[in-house]
Design a binder for this molecule. Structure first.
Ligand code: 13P
Ligand code: ZN
Length: 269
C-alpha cells in the first residue's frame, strides 16, 4: 500500500522513532490495551506535495482554539489503538493531521482515516505553547508507568517537589537527565480541557508531569528524549519501591550530594 512516508527519509525516521518508543512503552508494561498516546509536530518535515494533499476525513473539532498551530502537521497515535500494534505498524495505528486556518479544527491527510487520540486537546495545547515560546521541542508522550502511578495514590508524594526530590535522590543520573523534576497534576477527567489546561501550566516548570492516579505526560526534543525522561524517573521510582519491599524506606542521597551533582553537571535546580 502507498504511504505518505514513501520516498521521505526524514519523515520516515521520525515515525520509526515513534514506533520504537511505542515498543518500549509496551515492553515496560506501561501501555495496557490502548493506554498512552504520542504526538509529534512534523511541520518542518512537510513538503509542498504534502501541503496539497486532499483530506481523507471530515473536518473535526479539536475542542480548543490554538492560533499558534495554524497550518501545522502532526503525527498522532490513533484513539483506541494499541502501542504494541503501533510499534509494528505506525501508519495503521496512527495518522497525520493538518490543523486548519480556523485554528480550532483539523483534517486527517494520511495514510488512513484513523481518529487521533482522545488526549489530543492536551497534546495540541502543549504543542501550541511550545511554538509560542520558540521551544525546539517537537514531541509529547503520555503513558501509564506502573510505579509512578502507584506513588500518585498517596497524598504524601503529591505536594510540590516532594516526589521530585525523592526520585532525584535515588540515583545521581535522575537529576542529571531529568533536571527539571516531576510536576504534579491533581486528578482530572482523561481527555478533558481541564486536564489540558493544568498540564500546560505545569509544563512551564517541568518537562514531565504526573497525572494523579492516571499516568505521566512528557515533552521533549523528539519522542526518544521525552521517553528517556520518563524512563529515568520510573527507574528511581522502582528503586524506592524495591527498598520499601525489602522493609526500609531508602535514605536517598543527601541534599549536599544533590547540590554537588547540580554544580558538577551545571543543572538548573
Ligand atoms: P487513546 O487510545 O484515545 O489514545 O487514549 C489512551 C489514554 O491513555 C487516555 O488517557
Ligand atoms: Zn491515559
Amino acid at each position: 500500500m502507498k504511504s505518505i512516508l514513501d520516498g521521505r527519509a526524514a519523515l520516515t525516521a521520525e515515525v520509526e522513532k515513534v514506533a520504537e518508543v511505542a515498543g518500549y512503552l509496551w515492553q515496560n508494561g506501561w501501555a495496557e490495551r490502548n493506554g498512552g498516546n504520542i504526538t509529534v509536530n512534523i511541520t518542518d518535515l512537510v513538503d509542498d506535495e504534502i501541503r496539497s494533499l486532499r483530506p481523507i476525513s471530515d473536518v473535526k473539532q479539536i475542542g480548543v482554539s490554538l492560533p499558534a498551530l495554524k497550518g501545522c502537521y502532526f503525527y498522532c497515535k490513533g484513539t483506541g489503538k494499541r502501542m504494541r500494534d503501533l510499534a509494528r505498524r505506525p501508519m495503521e495505528n496512527g495518522s497525520i493531521i493538518r490543523i486548519l486556518d480556523d485554528c480550532a479544527s483539523y483534517v486527517i491527510i494520511a495514510d488512513n482515516a484513523v481518529m487521533p487520540t482522545s488526549e489530543l486537546p492536551s497534546h495540541l495545547t502543549v504543542h501550541a505553547h511550545l511554538i509560542e515560546k520558540g521551544s525546539p521541542y517537537k514531541a509529547t508522550v503520555h503513558t501509564h508507568p506502573i510505579e509512578l502511578v502507584a506513588m500518585s495514590h498517596n497524598d504524601k508524594f503529591l505536594a510540590k517537589d516532594v516526589l521530585t526530590n525523592i526520585l532525584w535522590s535515588m540515583i545521581p543520573e535522575t537529576k542529571a537527565f531529568c533536571p527539571l523534576g516531576l510536576g504534579i497534576i491533581p486528578y482530572q477527567l482523561p481527555g478533558s480541557k481541564e486536564l489540558a489546561d493544568a498540564t500546560l501550566a505545569e509544563l512551564d516548570d517541568y518537562d514531565v508531569v504526573l497525572w494523579e492516579k492516571h499516568g505521566v505526560f512528557a515533552q521533549g526534543l523528539d519522542v526518544m528524549d521525552a521517553f528517556d525522561q520518563i524512563d529515568v524517573l520510573s527507574k528511581s521510582a522502582k528503586i524506592y519501591i524495591d527498598a520499601c519491599a525489602m522493609g526500609f524506606v531508602p535514605d536517598g542521597m543527601s541534599q549536599e550530594q544533590m547540590k554537588e551533582m547540580s554544580r558538577a553537571f551545571n543543572l538548573p535546580k
